[in-house]
Design a protein around this ligand. Structure first.
Ligand code: SF4
Length: 363
């Protein structure tokens, strides 16, 4: 499996908690970015036709105009071939910038899956987060995707928000489940340095988030969405193939600012500066990198374990890796954080929300 990730670094406004490479962009900036993206794609001619999945994220890909979306799909198809020939192709969208025309265009272009941001159904919480769309906007956009023929929709929810009660979270989830999405991702709020939330002294709420994780997982299970990764739930057969490839330590190429790649044992990430990215790609210069490193030996095996443990099914480990990490694995088994069955290990279901404590052993 090999995936292609394309990062669109534009949003209508910046959310208070967001540390992704994204910012509001004028139409001219988006056109210049698409020119740079075409130039970067052309450097990977040798990989053309070798992709199984596509994920267009950001940022807010649905912010692009219909003409820009068509141009974007054309650029991507120089590497992937027709989008409908891929095993999966996902576009992220936010309700405020999605409409019936764009939904139909994405469907016509061969996109098979859309991930739509909801986060919460409480207006007061959405305002605190700096989100633009209301639940009514989400409902409209969701209906437009269904009307366009999308049968594979993910919705994002957040938990552990300041001022969010367990009932707020449960109400949001019930509201969403009534729409019968095929996939739900939910994430606890993390406050990252450099964000407006960090500057305002907003605190994470780990205990409240843990309770919401537990309640949310139970409600999703009852609704027929099985947890297959720490934060991801799907109806059978609707798991994200693109993300499963990440957790299987498969290869992927990332295009655009901040996009990460893992190819031929090397991982690297482009500069997070859209201006630097556009300048370099358009001039034919090397794109500045945030990092580039060969992943091998113990570091490669440690990452294999960490990625595999994200999946609820866990990971099968060959004997040599078991021996290499015997100390770490024994400590985690004794602490009751992971369980072992034959040559497979996994995080205990009731410990998934403290998975960071498990991963710290391997960093
Ligand atoms: S919509 Fe998403 S990417 Fe854009 S600012 Fe908000 S959280 Fe960040």
């Amino acid at each position: 499996m090999r995936g292609l990730y394309v990062h669109i670094p534009f949003c209508r406004a910046k959310c208070g908690y967001c540390d992704f490479a994204s910012a509001p962009g004028a139409p001219g900036e988006i056109d210049a970015f698409l020119g740079a993206l075409a130039a970067e794609s052309a450097r990977y001619d040798a990989l053309a036709g070798g992709f199984d999945t596509l994920y267009v994220g950001g940022g807010t890909p649905s912010l692009l105009s219909p003409e820009q979306l068509e141009r974007l799909c054309g650029i991507i198809e120089t590497l992937t071939g027709p989008l409908e020939s891929l095993r999966e192709s996902t576009f992220e969208a936010n309700p405020e910038s999605l409409d019936a025309e764009k939904a139909a265009l994405l469907k016509r272009s061969g996109v098979s899956r859309v991930s739509l941001g909801l986060q919460s159904t409480q207006d007061r919480l959405l305002r605190k987060l700096g989100r633009i769309a209301t639940p009514e906007d989400f409902l409209r956009a969701y209906g437009q995707l269904r009307a366009a023929g999308f049968h594979n929709i993910n919705a994002d929810l957040m938990c552990g928000l300041p001022g969010q009660s367990l009932k707020d979270f449960a109400d949001s989830l019930d509201w969403l489940l009534a729409l019968k999405p095929e996939h739900v991702s939910f994430y606890a709020l993390e406050v990252h340095d450099g964000t407006p939330f960090a500057a305002a002294g907003v605190n994470e709420e780990p205990d409240a988030a843990a309770a919401m994780y537990e309640a949310g997982a139970a409600a999703l299970g009852l609704a027929g969405l099985r947890r297959y990764e720490i934060s991801n739930f799907a109806r059978p057969g609707r798991e994200s193939l693109h993300n499963l490839n990440y957790w299987d330590q498969g290869e992927y190429l990332g295009l655009g600012p901040a996009a990460a790649s893992y190819l031929a044992g090397e991982r690297r990430a482009n500069t997070a500066s859209t201006a630097d990215y556009v300048r370099a790609a358009s001039a034919g210069d090397s794109i500045p990198l945030q990092y580039s490193e060969k992943l091998e030996g113990r570091a490669k095996n440690a990452e294999k374990i960490m990625l595999g443990l994200r999946r609820t099914a866990g990971i099968e480990l060959p004997d040599d890796i078991f021996i290499e990490f015997k100390g770490e694995l024994d400590r985690l088994l004794q602490a009751g954080l992971i369980e072992k069955s034959g040559s497979a290990i996994r995080i205990r279901e009731d410990r998934l929300y403290v998975s960071n404590a498990v991963f710290r052993e391997f960093v």
